[in-house]
Ligand binder design. Structure first.
Ligand code: B3K
Ligand code: ZN
Length: 854
């Protein structure tokens, strides 16, 4: 296992101008002929990456190459002596039917699909498979005409034909691209078609290709695509640059989707949606991912990454763009809340553990392990900080410079920085680069003093960041601090953005009446933890802050403090008592529901068990669970009337309506349903389950029923299964609802579900829906017996043999072992050691398990 280091980067020895590929597609033996036009770019030998390829022919400038002129090893092909300019032709055989890694060319559903990012192309043909080699591609493929009637690749179709039962098609992509953006589809699919005309008049044919029968569930994806295309023109002046844009959906897919030039390939989970089969969250996820992949056309495809250490250059930026897009479609505050919730639950967690890494890592064993929330979501926060520091207009200008200066090339994080700096020449923003280099979540505290004589208010901020693996010393970060000073009525006396860039820094505000409260990091203006806010202050902000995000956050922080105190009391053997302040805050939230139902739904949700765990010295999953459930039950009990009336008030939403207000109303109704069920009243959930055709409502009800062992639960689960057994994406929900359940028998049921006839290890969605969901069920996964850990370990080991990428991802469930009591520590560590002891373990899983062990 040899690490790859950023510091070792050298430019490619050869560049490729053109690539001609010919695929003779057969499930178990596909032939790939490749003709590369290469020219020397730097001194050195010609090495082409290649994995699991059977070389059949090799020709240099048309002449067969003698055995002594090249060598093959498991990583690829070296040709000893070559001219500075030449054509290399190879013919290789590959086996898509046996490709269970789902990287490269593989079979799924009705046909052939590819996934090349980051290093899948080398499983298709010999090639300098690195993103800084950009070439023009021409692709010809032939396949059985009946079995694989649809043949797609990047760019435009040039020609097609048929002979002797096999047909062929030729595609050409006029834009130079790295190999990771290559795509091919040959399958029995049907298309939903539409069209879009760009601002400058280019006519674009749009197609979404799905399995027969699924075409009725593509409307939302298509509408989202057109909205995204328009938005990128309006917001960034970026237009689509080909005449065709295709999306093909596949049900076996390691990631969410892939931005291949002109031919996005999607996990079906992010394409298919109807109100009967998809929840509102699914609808939003489809829209978000469709937009995300589309936005990559410029931030990713036209401007790509020099090397994989720069991954956040395209991912952080594109996540930021999809966040902004979604904020414009629905409620900006609610979107921000959802994003921060995710960041805290996953990225802050990673930052605090053995897998912590910077937004631009310095080293990796297996790049697939670095498609993380640090690269994606924290990367997006860094882009957001650029914008907050620079202002909207300058940021847009910086984006124009970035695209202009790096178009059709492979860029670095420095290139992005230089473009942004060029847009604000009057400010020096170099210190923002530390966010790319230093891992860890900064902790900030604030001190306030008021001098009545001079009417001046002083705010002193201090930041520290704990050491992370390999980085003991941290330098201060530059962070924009959006603040507001509030009077007693909650009116803003002042609101502005401070630049905080030292370990300790004071800001003085003159001519100020003493503020009743300071609201800090409004809108989560930097990805930090704000510590030491008094409960009184939090209660005030939760009730009065003009910044909706901070109002939500203050309630979350307040609830966290209350719940942690109750956990300590529980550990002390004291009887549970509901905190009056929390009751009042939740009651007030409910009363204000009409102002913004979607926001209210978010505000009603108590901090997750995992977030409470993050704040404890030694995590006690049982105490956390007991206290959080007792709190939910007590709130449900105390607020029953109000919850009931809110439930009815927001209950009558058109089930087919997926507008923001409709989704907000459903979210609020189902938040009240959860409280009512928590207090022991499942009748409403039962009734809702049986009387709705809307999946959001059905699943919300089933979630409540799944928590309560008994006849109703069993009947509901059985009927759900019978209804949806042939609809994979809905069946995934059936698995995950049981894996997430609070019920006492969850562990045993998950064990049994791993043997269920519908559980498929080959399908990543299914694995995530059962095993991924279960390992996130803190109280059940951390069962004191260690059986949850063992279940995960078994799955990792089984999966490692077929799909190491997915196996490795699951390992992170064990990475927090140091945070638990010694008994659990021993059990978790033992699982990691058992995984590491496996002979022939993939480098993916090895990297995750060895780093987790520390
Ligand atoms: N770029 C792809 C991710 C590929 C994952 C490879 N393991 C999807 C995206 O971020 O848009
Ligand atoms: Zn992306």
């Amino acid at each position: 296992h040899i690490p790859v280091n950023l510091a070792d980067y050298t430019p490619p020895v050869f560049q490729v101008e053109t690539v001609e590929l010919e695929f003779d597609l057969h499930p178990a033996a596909t032939l790939v002929r490749s003709r590369l036009r290469l020219h020397r770019h730097a001194a050195g030998q010609l090495h082409l990456n290649g994995r699991k390829l059977k070389l059949r022919e090799i020709l240099l400038d048309g002449e067969p190459l003698g055995d002594n002129l090249y060598s093959l090893d498991p990583s690829g092909l070296t040709v000893f002596e070559v001219p500075d300019e030449f054509t290399l032709e190879t013919l290789v055989e590959i086996n898509p039917a046996e490709n269970t890694e789902l990287s490269g060319l593989y079979m799924s559903g009705s046909g052939f699909f590819t996934q090349c990012e980051p290093e899948g192309f080398r499983k298709i043909t010999f090639f300098p498979d690195r993103p800084d080699v950009m070439a023009r591609y021409r692709v010809r493929m032939s396949a059985d005409a009946k079995r694989f009637p649809v043949l797609l690749s990047n760019g435009n179709k040039l020609a097609e034909g048929e002979e002797y039962g096999r047909h062929w098609a030729e595609w050409e992509d006029p834009h130079p691209k790295p190999s990771y953006l290559f795509a091919l589809v040959a399958a029995d699919l049907v298309a939903v078609k539409d069209e879009f005309t760009t601002r400058s008049g280019r006519h674009v044919d749009l197609g979404i290709w799905v399995e027969r029968g699924d075409e009725t569930r593509c409307g939302h994806a298509m509408a989202s695509l057109k909205r995204a295309m328009l938005w990128d023109e309006d917001t960034f002046g970026l237009e689509y640059d080909l005449d065709v844009f295709n999306i093909a959906a596949v049900s076996d897919f390691n990631a969410g989707a892939m931005e291949n030039k002109g031919l996005n390939i999607f996990n079906t989970a992010y394409v298919l949606a109807s109100s009967a089969t998809a929840t509102d969250t699914d609808f939003q996820n489809v829209e978000r991912v469709i937009a995300h992949e589309y936005f990559h056309n410029w931030t990713g495809d036209r401007v790509t990454c020099r090397d994989w250490f720069q991954l956040s250059l395209k991912e952080g930026l594109t996540v930021f763009r999809d966040q902004e897009y979604m904020a414009d479609q629905f409620s900006a505050a609610v979107k921000r809340i959802a994003d921060v919730r995710l960041l805290r639950a996953t990225q802050f967690r990673d930052d605090a553990g053995p897998l912590a890494h910077p937004v631009r890592p310095a080293s990796y064993l297996e790049i697939n392990n670095f498609y993380t929330t640090t690269i994606y979501e924290k990367g997006a926060e860094v882009v957001r900080m650029y914008r907050t520091l620079m202002g909207r207009e300058a940021f847009r200008h910086g984006m124009e410079i970035y695209i202009r200066d790096n178009d059709n090339s492979a860029a670095t994080v420095e290139d992005f920085f230089n473009a942004m700096q060029a847009a604000v020449p009057e400010h020096n923003i170099w210190q923002i680069m530390r966010w790319y280099e230093q891992a860890g979540t900064p902790e900030v505290t604030a001190e306030e003093t008021y001098d009545p004589a001079s009417r001046s208010f002083t705010l002193t901020l201090r930041q520290t960041t704990k050491p992370t693996p390999g980085q003991d010393e941290k330098h201060p970060f530059l962070m924009p601090v959006a603040i507001g000073l509030l009077d007693a009525e909650g009116r803003d006396l002042l609101s502005e953005t401070l630049l905080f860039h030292k370990a300790e820094q004071s800001f003085v505000f003159a001519d100020i009446d003493q503020p009743a409260a300071v609201s800090l990091f409004r809108g989560f203006s930097a990805p930090i933890k704000l510590k030491g806010q008094s409960r009184e202050r939090l209660a005030f902000l939760a009730a009065k802050d003009t910044d909706l995000f901070n109002r939500w956050d203050a309630l979350q922080q307040y609830a966290t403090a209350v719940l942690l105190e109750a956990v300590a009391a529980h550990q002390d053997g004291q009887v549970f008592r509901l905190d009056d302040g929390l009751l009042e805050a939740i009651a007030a939230t409910l009363r204000e529901a009409p102002r913004d139902p979607a926001f209210t739904a978010e505000a009603l949700l108590l901090p997750a068990e995992s977030l409470l765990a993050d704040e404890m010295g030694v995590v006690d999953p049982d105490a956390i669970h007991a206290v959080r459930e007792a709190t939910r039950a007590a709130l449900g009990e105390a607020l029953r009337d109000r919850l009931n009336s809110t439930y009815w008030e927001y209950g009558k939403v058109d089930p087919a309506d997926h507008s923001g207000p409709a989704m907000g109303a459903r979210a609020l109704k189902n938040a009240t349903l959860a409280y009512l069920a928590a207090s022991g009243d499942a009748s409403r959930a039962w009734e809702q389950f049986n009387n709705t055709g809307n999946m959001t409502d059905r699943l919300a009800a089933l979630t409540q029923l799944a928590d309560l062992p008994g006849e109703k639960r069993d009947t509901a689960l059985t009927s759900f299964y019978e209804t949806w057994r042939n609809t994979p994406l809905v069946l995934d929900k059936w698995f995950s609802v049981q894996a997430r359940a609070n019920a006492a028998d969850t562990l045993e049921r998950v064990q049994a579900l791993t043997r269920h006839e519908a559980f498929e290890l080959r399908n990543p969605n299914r694995v995530r829906s059962l095993i991924g969901a279960f390992s996130a069920n803190q109280a059940k996964f951390h069962n004191a017996s260690g059986a949850g850990y063992r279940l995960l370990g078994d799955m990792v080991l089984r999966l490692d043999e077929t799909n190491p990428q997915i196996a490795a991802r699951l390992v992170s469930g064990l990475s927090s072992w140091r945070r638990f009591d010694t008994a659990r520590q021993d059990l978790m560590r033992a699982e990691l050691e058992r995984i590491l002891a496996r002979e022939g373990l993939s480098s993916n899983t090895y990297e995750m398990a060895s780093k987790a062990l520390g």
